[in-house]
Design a protein around this ligand. Structure first.
Ligand code: PEP
Ligand code: MG
Length: 797
């Protein structure tokens, strides 16, 4: 990549300009070196420093130097003579300082060559000139300048602000590594952010895209997808950029929720098993054959389980025990009688017979929950086999695949084999659903809200783009060719603790839930852990023992010695079902027994978890904080604080995830040491909108002003109490929204590790005062899109 050197009299000025530009880069950034101030820390420039910076910025593609004024130019010229490595190609660019840095960073990140980067920087002022009405070029010109073989396509710009800086950066980024010459409006290179911005293209304008070269089709497809998706700026808007009302807003549309672009064969997640019809009767003459079928299927099911039981020690023994249950003579006899005497179908007979054994065992107490769960597993396998359907659970076809599902349970997603599962496409779900959260942390590209995804036949080749939300059936060879370079998200490291440009600290922490997440949090330089999700409980048929929990916690604490680790106690129920809690069917699980409410029915679970956290904390040196999820009343807070205090835990808090908790933040803070706002649930409960519903995704938009006002209520109470308030929902990972949250008074932001570096750059580019103004503007807006616009306008003035 081309490297960039920024020469300025003022280190603060240079850092702020660089940070502003880096906000537009989502993939790998070019090497950027700042040579600012004199050696005795005064305002000024120093040729020797510039020469060192040139050497450090060289990355094989040459170096572009952007200078502020006066002696900066003289120092840069002199530096060329001082550079100890004469081979470095260097261009001193007479560019406007901020625009030049901005254009060169985006252009270099997009893979442009040295002269092109220099030209983009030099021409960067044109965009401003065009904005001010000087020499505005027409959007569409008549003739193509590209060869007749070029691919030409058009798309109407639908996002309200047209092609401003962010869309321009997205286009340049989408074309990185794509081998094609690409022009828009016939004479502007689509690889140049300034050329794109200087189009002045507005909503409703038709953008003409032309490309030739090996990847021409890919290039055109990518740009069209971005344009049609409104550069992801359409939340709350219709296709013409108008504010939407009522029904329109609720139709599902694909949303890319975890980045990466891959190609692979489709594989459908089997449908969940449904209860067989109890009213169907088998004619008497056919009953002996039905009984035989049932017995054969029981034997086959046992054999399937035994064939997997060779794998691992304890797991193998458990599978062997389960296999024996499938052919239990009493069970088969009971089911056979139901066929012989009542004429039930074999699947209905298996359903009832196994259900009755499970009820009897389940009544013996929660410790038998594992057996009950095994029995249901056998029942589901037998019913699927008797009705000719695929076995439940994530299939293993023996080759990589793109998983298609209506939605996925967290246990299914968390257990996905990242070597096999190339991407996830679901019909349901939103950006804060667990499928999305876990896919992001595993680095599996994902698109949610794709209507009829599960109607796509198995084996169909699919291209999935987790940024643009595209899902293309049978992609062309050209489209497939451009998938490799962005196969897995790039992990960038956080270089310094989170802080605004004027030194206001905002701790940048990681959300983790698995051993894989611990590794990426460390790799990305997290300052600590802001949410240790209890995913080690997921998919378990039996609660982990205290010993197991101690080990799980120590594995995290030991890696974050001396740093903060916030452990959340069990957040089971609803979207995180945990079989050991029993199988209580609730008509409305999100409003049912979940989160801290399970402590009332299973106090021993909370007690064991708090003890395990305490033991692990004592054995390690991490600064352990503990918090309870899904709190609604002050009494719950008192009860949790008492339990945690009894366990000897020193720093106790709760999550604010319901409007009731936000409204009582002041009273809650009087009982605990800190609060952490779970914006994913707080949005779902504030808007009464299921966070897993694709149709309601726009209501769960974290930019909803009503949600931000809830946050404001909590931060206001926290400021009065002098206690810390964090945000650990997905809102924390949005670079602009993070500024709003900081402005509202949030003292820590916790997110998927991969987002940390970008959030840190975003904060470092602005002062606390700007954050506060952004917060005010967002809270006072009347819709998510106007909140976004208000903040964007503030940041670009
Ligand atoms: C939240 O609700 O914002 C949160 C962080 O918890 P979870 O996503 O695990 O429900
Ligand atoms: Mg939550």
């Amino acid at each position: 990549m081309v490297g960039i050197v920024v020469v300025s009299h003022s280190p603060d000025l240079a850092r702020a300009a660089v940070n502003l530009a880096l906000q537009m880069v989502h993939g790998p950034a070019p090497r950027i070196e700042i040579a600012a101030g004199t050696s005795d820390d005064r305002l000024g420039t120093d040729a020797a420093r510039v020469a060192e910076a040139i050497v450090a910025a060289e990355d094989g593609g040459g170096v572009v130097v952007i200078m502020d004024l006066g002696s900066a130019v003289l120092s840069a010229e002199l530096a060329l003579e001082l550079v100890p490595e004469p081979g470095i190609q260097t261009r001193l660019v007479p560019a406007a300082f901020v625009e030049g840095i901005f254009a060169s960073v985006i252009s270099a990140a997009g893979g442009a060559e040295l002269d092109a980067v220099a030209r983009d920087a030099e021409q960067a002022l044109q965009a401003k000139a065009a904005q001010l009405g000087q020499t505005q070029p027409p959007i569409e010109a008549a003739d193509s300048i590209i060869a007749p073989a070029a691919i030409v396509a058009k798309a109407t710009i639908v996002n309200p602000d047209g092609i401003h800086a962010r869309p321009a950066a997205l286009i340049v980024e989408a074309l990185a590594f794509v081998d094609a010459r690409v022009m828009v409006a016939t004479d502007r290179s689509a690889r140049s952010p300034t050329a794109l911005m200087s189009l002045g293209a507005q909503a409703g304008d038709v953008l003409r895209v032309e490309a030739d070269g090996a990847d021409a089709a890919v290039a055109v497809d990518r740009i069209l997808a971005l344009v049609r998706n409104g550069f992801s700026e359409l939340a709350g808007r219709d296709r013409l950029g108008r504010e939407t009302v009522g029904h329109d807003r609720l139709s599902p549309h694909p949303i890319g929720v975890s980045p990466g672009r891959v190609v692979g064969p489709a594989l459908r997640m089997p449908d969940p098993i449904t209860e067989p019809d109890p009213t169907i009767r088998v004619p008497e003459a056919e009953r002996p054959a039905a009984i035989k079928r049932l017995a054969n299927v029981a034997t086959d099911t046992a054999e399937q389980l035994r064939s997997r039981s060779t794998a691992a020690g304890t797991v193998g023994q458990l599978l062997e025990a389960t296999a024996a249950m499938a052919t239990d003579p009493d069970l088969i006899a009971d089911a056979s009688l139901r066929i012989r005497d009542r004429g039930l179908t074999p699947e209905r007979a298996a359903w009832e017979a196994i259900g009755s054994v499970a009820d009897t065992i389940g009544a013996a107490g929660p410790r038998q929950a594992e057996r009950v769960s095994d029995l249901y597993d056998i029942r589901n396998r037998m019913v699927s086999s008797l009705t000719g359907r695929a076995a439940p659970g994530v299939p293993d076809p023996g080759h990589p695949f793109v998983l298609l599902a209506v939605d996925l349970a967290p246990a299914d997603t968390a257990g996905l084999d990242t070597a096999r599962c190339l991407a996830i496409v679901t019909e349901e779900g939103g950006a804060t659903s667990h499928t999305a959260i876990i896919a992001r942390s595993l680095g599996i590209p994902a698109v949610v809200g794709v209507p009829s995804a599960t109607a796509i036949p198995d084996g169909t080749l699919l291209l999935v783009d987790g940024i643009t939300g595209e899902v293309i059936k049978e992609p062309t060879v050209d489209q497939q060719a451009a998938t490799a370079p962005v196969l897995r998200p790039h992990r960038e490291k956080l270089m310094s603790p989170g802080s605004t440009a004027d030194g206001h600290r905002v701790a940048l922490l990681a959300n983790i839930g698995s051993a894989r997440d611990i590794a990426s949090a460390l790799e990305c330089g997290a300052e600590g852990v802001g949410l240790y999700r209890e995913l080690y409980f997921l998919g378990r048929t039996e609660a982990p023992s205290v010993g197991e929990q101690v080990n799980a916690c120590r594995a995290v604490f030991s890696r974050f010695a001396g740093r903060r680790v916030v452990v959340r106690t069990l957040d089971a129920g609803s979207d995180k079902p945990m079989p050991f809690l029993g199988y209580v069917e609730e008509p409305n699980p999100a409003l049912g027994v979940r989160g801290f409410r399970t402590a009332a029915s299973h106090p021993e679970l909370l007690h064991d978890q708090l003890m395990a956290i305490k033991v692990a904390a004592e054995a390690e040196t991490a600064e352990v904080w503990v918090m309870a999820p899904m709190i609604t009343t002050v009494d719950e807070v008192r009860s949790f604080a008492q339990g945690a205090d009894d366990a000897g835990l020193p720093i106790i808090g709760v999550m604010i995830e319901t409007p009731a908790a936000a409204l009582q933040a002041e009273l809650i803070l009087a009982e605990v040491d800190f609060v952490s706002i779970g914006t994913n649930d707080l949005a779902q409960y504030t808007f009464a909108a299921d966070r897993h519903s694709a149709s309601l995704a726009s209501l769960n938009d974290p930019w909803q002003p009503a949600l931000l006002r809830m946050v404001e209520m909590v931060t206001g109470a926290a400021a009065d109490s002098g206690k810390p308030v964090g945000v650990c929902g997905e809102a924390a990972a949005d670079p602009q929204l993070a500024l709003v949250l900081a402005g509202l008074g949030v003292s820590s932001l916790s997110m998927a590790p991969g987002a940390l570096a970008e959030i840190s750059r975003s904060l470092a580019a602005v002062t606390l005062d700007v954050c506060r103004r952004a917060a005010r503007a967002a809270c006072d807006s009347d819709s998510p899109s106007s909140a976004r616009e208000a903040v964007r306008a503030l940041l670009t003035t």
